[in-house]
Design a protein around this ligand. Structure first.
Ligand SMILES: C[S@@+](CC[C@H](N)C(=O)[O-])C[C@H]1O[C@@H](n2cnc3c(N)ncnc32)[C@H](O)[C@@H]1O
Length: 258
């Protein structure tokens, strides 16, 4: 039976993402590197689908820097989508927001988006692999799937019982607060991640990645004390190449099991 994703109800997401990750300068160096690579010298981002868009900050940040012809955001958290809708009206930004689990949304056209994003989304819910395949479905031939993943040379951590994050962005210990929701804090073994991405159908022809070691989030409870925070772009091929080429800027010890 398919794994059911968690439908987050908390207002923590909308409160945090209304002011955070809404400007270019608030994104990580790994993400900015990948965005620049994908946009290329003409700076075109085209039609964007942002899966797990929260309050839609990515759309604003990308518009500071690139030409965006359409921005569609999907999020499972209703308060985040309400916030995104309010801001859309205030800023008069052409965009569309949909509330729901990306696995249950059926109104969007397949293979029509130039760039599909999952920034901290696929690895922040239960059905990580299904979310990845679903995002891939929306990428046009020749377009990119841009995602972030937490990588390790050790074993993947795939369930909430092994690894989770309190959805809490305030001060103090989340354990002491009432009603704080938890999200799976999925960590992928590097080979597992690359075999998953290179095995997507239809096949990609190129994967670019940029990542570096860092400590897990303060609110995460996970067994590794360091992870490689990685931004990746996977390109959908227009021909059936056998090999997937890679451009990787990753620490070499990510591939050496300790
Ligand atoms: C950690 S937040 C990241 C927000 C934003 N992408 C960013 O990087 O700034 C993850 C978001 O993904 C959303 N999300 C998680 N699972 C989802 C799903 N299956 N479908 C749609 N949204 C989902 C959450 O509600 C949350 O807003």
């Amino acid at each position: 039976m398919a794994v059911k994703n968690i439908q987050y109800k908390t207002k923590q997401i909308s409160e945090y993402f209304t002011t955070n990750r809404i400007k270019w300068g608030q994104f990580y160096p790994s993400e900015k590197w990948i965005f620049e690579k994908v946009a290329g010298t003409d700076g075109k981002m085209g039609k964007i689908l942002d899966v797990g868009c929260a309050a839609g900050g990515l759309g604003l940040a990308l518009r500071e820097r690139f030409f965006v012809s359409q921005y569609v955001g999907v999020d499972i958290n209703a308060p985040a989508i309400e916030e995104a809708q309010k801001r859309k009206v205030k800023k008069n930004c052409p965009s569309q927001f949909i509330c729901g689990d990306i696995l249950d949304i059926h109104q969007l056209p397949a293979e029509k988006f130039d760039n599909v994003f999952s920034l901290s989304c696929a690895d922040w819910n239960k059905a990580t692999e299904d979310i990845i395949s679903e995002c891939w479905k929306y990428v046009r031939v020749g377009g990119h799937f841009i995602l972030t993943l937490r990588l390790t040379p050790q074993k993947s951590l795939l369930t909430l019982s092994e690894s989770f994050q309190y959805i809490y962005f305030g001060k103090g210990a989340p354990e002491k607060k009432q009603g704080i929701e938890k999200a799976p804090y999925i960590v992928l073994n590097a080979s597992h991640a690359f075999s998953l991405l290179s095995g997507l159908q239809p096949k990609p022809d190129r994967i670019m990645a940029y990542g570096y070691w860092g400590a897990p989030s303060r609110t995460a409870r996970t067994k590794y004390d360091r992870l490689v925070f990685t931004a990746l772009a996977v390109r959908k091929s227009d021909h059936n190449l056998k090999d997937v080429s890679c451009e990787l800027h990753l620490p070499a010890d990510l591939f050496i099991r300790g």
